[in-house]
Write a protein that binds this ligand. Sequence first.
Ligand code: AMP
Length: 455
Amino acid sequence: MKPKKNIAKKVKKPEAKKTKSPVSEEKKARSYSLVRGMHDILPKEEKYWKKCFHTAEDLASYFQFGRVETPILEETGLFIRSIGKGTDVVDKEMYAFEDSDGSRVCLRPEATASIARSYIMNGMANIPQPVKLWYWGPMFRHDRPQAGRYRQFYQVGYEILGATDPSADAELILIAYNFYKDLGIPVEVHINSIGNKEERERYKEELTNYYRSKRGYLCADCKARLNRNPLRLLDCKEADCQPVKEEAPKIIDWLGTESNNHFTKVLEYLDEIGVPYSLRHTLVRGLDYYNNTVFEIYPASGEGTAQSALGGGGRYDSLLEQVGGRPTPAVGMALGIDRSILAWKQYNEQNKLVVSGPEYDVFFAQLGDDSKRVALRLLDCLRHSGIKVGFNLGKSSLKNQMEIANNFKVPFVIILGQKEVQDKTAIIRDMESGVQEVVDQKKLETVIKKKLGRA
Ligand code: AMP
């Protein structure tokens, strides 16, 4: 029998079924991006965030504020009741939704209302007053995102509850001022008084009458504000509205004796402690609960637009009553961390300043698998004795690791090769002189501490 020709070649292979290979499947997998207005805070940002947190914490501790962490999710009604209908935050910016049990909940747009709720719920009215609380955490506002304006952003806030004295207002402004001073960002304080409710109502009437007479010159937003929230007319940034705004009646002229005295005393305190401020008669703040003192912090070189306010606050003497508590005078402020860091970086860039990153005492270089295993154990021992060790277990070449050590600017490098693992020793290299010494692994901690002057 003739050997069959290799028919395999001739037979047309059945059309290979086009199955997707795992690779192409993987390639096709949908990639995800951020929800609009959100941003990642990456490791390269860490030094800024850490410094902000530590500065905020140090100030809280010095001025004796206790930290409260309220939940991110609260009842929607809490914010509607406190911040008020007719404000941008409540009308347009709340992440409010119905929970699976039908209750109306909301990602907090700010934390003062939450602090008020917590103060009432936890019986803080019954402990010695004033109660000083601080918080740090993310807030959520569904605003139009742009540079320095996100839908999730961090605030640090300080609140003094149960204090009528103007010194409390000044204490908060001093904390805000010191926060930026400690970071090294020059800022200025803008300040105003919006009086009490009655004074404000009378002023609003006057303001509305004035703006009605100028209706023809106003932008569409201002026309809407005229009916909804006349105080916000003073916030308008439209060029066409500026001349009208400049001629507008000033709220300060509508304050009674008590409000005037309070404001004068706050300013006297600021003069005494040397915090620079500028009086801004159009500063009214966006939330309903404020009365008397209101203030905002701006980068010293900034144009003073609302976008660049780094933080702000004021007195809210009727808020606690509004959300079900006893009448409790209070004052507070919140500083925006994301925006403060942007301003800080900008200032540093302009002035060629750098914020230092993490600093290490020594670098640990290892060569080969055995030494890597021992290295991890020794690294842990050194951590327990408070020595900050830089290392990179992903690298195996000594040259690479020495380069990293050089970048870290460490005074000493610990080197562990196969020989040292066998001998239970390690080499310590002095980076300045290049001198190397072999030490017993058991004595590593003590010798390093001695070399670092910590023995
Ligand atoms: P407010 O609670 O509106 O007085 O805001 C206080 C500070 O929080 C502001 O000065 C900003 O630094 C910061 N902040 C408020 N809204 C945003 C936002 N949408 N994105 C980033 N930071 C914000």
